[in-house]
Design a protein around this ligand. Sequence first.
Ligand code: SAH
Length: 375
Amino acid sequence: MSEIYIPVSSGKINLLDLDRDGLVGFFDSLGEKPFRASQVLKWIHQQDVADFQQMSNISKSLREQLERLAVITAPEVVLDELSDDGTRKWVLKLSDGNQIETVYIPESDRGTLCVSSQVGCVLDCSFCSTGRRGFNRNLSTAEIISQVWLATRLVNQENKPGRAVTNVVLMGMGEPLLNFDNMVKAVRIMMDDFAYGLSKRRVTVSTAGVVPAMDKLGDVLDTRLAVSLHATNNELRDQLVPINKKYPLEELIPACHRFIEKQNARTRITFEYVMLDGVNDSDQHARELVKLLKGIPVMMNLIPFNPFEGSGYKSSSMKRIEQFSQILINADMTTVIRRTRGEDIDAACGQLVGKVEDKSRRHRRFEKPRFGMQV
Ligand code: SAH
């Protein structure tokens, strides 16, 4: 189990990096019993205690050992923004100076947290502003689960009754399936009864279609899957979601069928489809979509395009989106039009940019040419 110990710069282990198995291994190395893992998970994630001295069911000598060997540290919240519609966005500064974003979307019956999995994204989808800022690195397990930890604390401070975070969607910055191991460990913490206890219906991993990792995901985790589809033929999908060149529709769609076969019969796959005016929103596209997804239990999520400067796209009109959705509904596809949330604070889908020390240099491609003197 040695690979689970991820030392922080102080040379200490950040316990937020460890899921149950990791904690069991850690305590085992100290000659302690596995139940310590449950105790510590509960202190950290349910009781909001990050100070070892307050962990009252742990012996004094073990508390002192923990002080010496471990820390519990989350990224720093550098911005906390509230949208007119109640959506909240946090910008988190990581220890290396990069910044990521997390969005909390409260609704009457649930609180959904949109979590980032990478600093930036390598995928370069043409309609997504995260992709344009380039990529720096994968987030650690601690950096992923910290988003849930911080959101739970910060929302609870508002003193609203009920559980703050009831659902998690890995739909923030990055491609979760390209950060597979760290993401899986973080999701295990989300689903652990001694941590957040989220059921499998309440955690959604979203992918642009990394086919081999979709198969692996079905083997190791029992969560919901969302697939960012956005096009019904390879020619168009190659342009919108370039990873399609590597894993085209004839590989992606069978992977969706395989995922469903591994899960129990009641699961559906969510398909995300951004509505781009004049690009992918015709009646013909809707009919192709019905054909393409035939036989897969689906939840179609039509997303009005969220504009950003220089994107070159426009959202389809609401009337067009409704007509498009009607074709899907008539073919018995469960379809929802996603309501845009948090647009005024740039918290909507595809608007999360953080502050990425870009290693891919991609952002340069989109920089405006500068004429004359810079002021
Ligand atoms: N990489 C993963 C996780 C990101 S999820 C994935 O692609 O699924 C973010 C979702 O928002 C994706 O469905 C993405 O396609 C969508 N999105 C990105 N930019 C958008 C924009 N400008 N308007 C609306 N939706 C967008």
